[in-house]
Design a protein around this ligand. Sequence first.
Ligand code: DC
Length: 233
Amino acid sequence: MTGRLHGVVAMDGPSGTGKSTVSRRLAASCDAAYLDTGAMYRALTLAVLRAGLDGSDPAAEAVALGAVADLQSVVDPIAPRILLVGKDVEAEIRGPEVTAAVSAVSAVPAVRAALVERQRLIVADAVAAGGIVVEGRDIGSVVVPDAPLKVYLTASEHIRAVRRGAQDRKAGRNGDVAAVLADVRRRDRLDSTRRTSPLHAAVDAVVLDTDELSVDAVLVELLRLVRERGLVS
Ligand code: DC
């Protein structure tokens, strides 16, 4: 244990940068909560698909907004989970159907506004009790713009596709690197060009390129940063 985290660490960046792994490990090693905001967008997307709609259907917005109240995030970094109407949907939200539709759902301004409000409540609760590591695409830029530490992880497309492919294969899904690379490119384009809160590094974020860094090396750097900012006691 490194000491206890106080306040918020905002972790942003595209998929396949190792964000989830290092965010969870950082939270676990400084006795903090961990919130995966991507899981929240994914769970709303699952609700849309279950209603028989695709992400870009005009009726998807109302279904997604209606499902916000049905979400419950478990912020334990050792066993983070998301529940939809009381059921753990962690495995389902990682599947190809949700992955294909999530960028469309997460581009809807009203859906983002509702989730940002929800995320701020979770963050406020966690901060009252200690600290929280929050990962996503807009944490440092929109959700917690006054976070005392903002980190933006990057890596080349190829490395991210290789990492995502390995994760998919481990979870029993098709992890063909060429297909994953095409999906990484498609989602990067949609997430970075959407009108509301596009993916970008906050001006005051520390940018870490993880191409040449192992998970352990990224963690060492994050722990150095939280100590340097006086965020652990
Ligand atoms: O981190 P992830 O791949 O599980 O995120 C799934 C999608 O949700 C991703 O394509 C972009 C979107 N997302 C977002 O728009 N804002 C966030 N804070 C987190 C995720």
